[in-house]
Design a binder for this molecule. Structure first.
Ligand code: NAP
Length: 260
């Protein structure tokens, strides 16, 4: 039998890596960017709004290099330019936390074409444009790499009582896009996985009706919503060499919501 490899914990290190984090100005993206920097990674934040304060915080707190670039992930040309800009500013790219997203709480019967299209555009098309630009960059640079997309438990179950069909459909799309890219890009040495959070305390869920939050909490076997910090370890695992045999996986992190 072969000998066990030593230093398993070293495999979680991101020292010397450069990670792109989309939607990193706040919420899950910001907290995970901090966790990735704590593991040693330099960070390029891409967000539709200016995230330079977050980049400055990463430099101060973790002593890594960090830049913030403004870009709407629904614009494929801007995405391509921004990925190249990130690589130029930080010298190279290795990892991608593809996380920017929006949620619309609106009954399906009331959704306008613009409502529906916007959610699909940000949450599904945006994820694809960023992943594609990142993979094209790696290929041109002759490098392998690794992607984690943010899907949602809403790609598996239907949330109630709020209507959010556009969101749920977009996230089911992200989970299957993840599997599709994982298979297509396996020969290129690019792994693609997703996380599917349950209800997480962020700006996205901060402004919803209190009675909805009470219903959600009652339905969650853990009887509480999660925090972005409770997702960070999964992203580190999937982006690091601790998961070199894992691709096309979706890790559901939801306090048992989808289990019952
Ligand atoms: P959040 O606090 O609203 O943060 C999302 C970030 O993405 C914001 O900084 C936002 O910028 C940015 N963004 C939105 N549209 C963009 C675009 N077109 N281009 C570039 N950046 C854009 O949300 P969150 O809760 O952290 O969610 C992060 C991801 O987790 C999303 O994909 C979400 O669907 C997913 N998720 C969240 C939960 C949850 O309960 N919170 C559960 C499951 C999955 P602006 O604020 O300036 O628009």
């Amino acid at each position: 039998m072969r000998e066990l490899e030593a230093n398993v914990s070293n495999r979680f290190s991101l020292n010397g890596k450069v990670t792109v984090v989309t939607g990193g100005r706040q919420g899950i993206g910001k907290v995970v960017a901090n966790a990735l920097a704590e593991q040693g990674s330099d960070i390029a934040i891409i967000d539709v709004a200016d995230a330079s304060a977050v980049a400055a915080e990463l430099v101060d707190r973790h002593g890594v290099r960090a830049v913030a670039l403004t870009c709407d992930v629904t614009d494929p040309e801007a995405v391509g330019r921004t990925i190249e800009e990130a690589a130029q500013q930080l010298g190279t790219l290795d990892l991608l936390f593809n996380n920017a997203g929006i949620c619309l709480h609106k009954p399906a019967l009331d959704c306008t074409p613009a409502d529906f299209t916007r959610v699909i555009d940000v949450n599904l098309n945006g994820i694809f444009f960023v992943a594609q630009a990142f993979a094209r960059h790696l290929l041109a640079a002759g490098k392998s790499g690794n992607i984690v997309n943010t899907a949602s438990m809403s790609g598996t179950i239907v949330n109630i009582p709020q209507g959010q069909a556009s969101y749920n459909a977009s996230k089911a799309g992200v989970a299957h896009l993840t599997k599709s890219l994982a298979v297509e890009w396996a020969p290129l040495g690019i792994r693609v996985n997703s996380i599917s959070p349950g209800y997480i305390h962020t700006e996205m869920t901060g402004n919803v009706r209190e009675d909805w939050r009470e219903i959600w909490t009652e339905m969650i076997p853990f009887k509480r919503m999660g925090t972005p910090e409770e997702l960070a370890g999964a992203v580190i695992y999937l982006l690091s060499d601790a998961s070199t045999y894992t691709s096309g996986a979706d890790l559901i992190i939801d306090g048992c919501f989808t289990v019952v």
